[in-house]
Design a protein around this ligand. Structure first.
Ligand code: ZN
Length: 155
């Protein structure tokens, strides 16, 4: 009997992610993506859509921002002084930096605009506010090992 996708199972799948204009944003390469179901390894909307599916299934899933990478938060766009970027010789729009967020996690910051010493930065996730269209092919569903469950991710 095929395992139905649910908590504490490891799912391997090939995926392709496109936006509403058909641009490919991400996807699996040669190896399928593996994740531990129920551990928050993937975005909530995708995890929900996979419940009850089995190896061999193909599906298309649309995930709105609220169940994906969230809405764009205006408060995450700030203008700061150039002097905050010590050791960086030329700040230009489009550059990205890793910073420590308030919760301790790494946060990606993109430079949006530079006007004199005023640098406008955006700490929103690059996919915030984007509706996500996934093309999925489920390759394998298996029981997680004790170690994987303890760690909350696949090995
Ligand atoms: Zn581990």
């Amino acid at each position: 009997m095929s395992l139905l996708i649910g908590n504490n199972l490891v799912v391997s799948m090939h995926y392709k992610l496109t936006d509403d204009d058909g641009n490919v944003l991400d996807g699996s390469k040669d190896e399928p993506l593996a994740y531990l179901h129920g551990a928050g390894n993937i975005i909530p909307g995708l995890e929900k859509a996979l419940v009850g599916k089995v190896a061999g299934d193909n599906l298309q899933v649309r995930v709105e921002p609220a169940e994906g990478y969230g809405e764009v938060k205006p408060e995450l766009v700030q203008t700061i002084d150039k002097s905050a970027f010590q050791g960086v010789s030329a700040i230009e729009a489009g550059m990205t930096f890793e910073a420590q967020g308030s919760n301790g996690a790494a946060q990606r910051i993109e430079v949006k605009k530079v006007e004199g010493d005023a640098v406008t930065i955006d700490a929103n996730h690059p996919l915030a506010g984007v509706s996500l269209n996934f093309d999925l092919k489920i390759v394998e569903v298996r029981e997680a090992t004790k170690e994987e469950l303890a760690h909350g991710h696949t090995h």
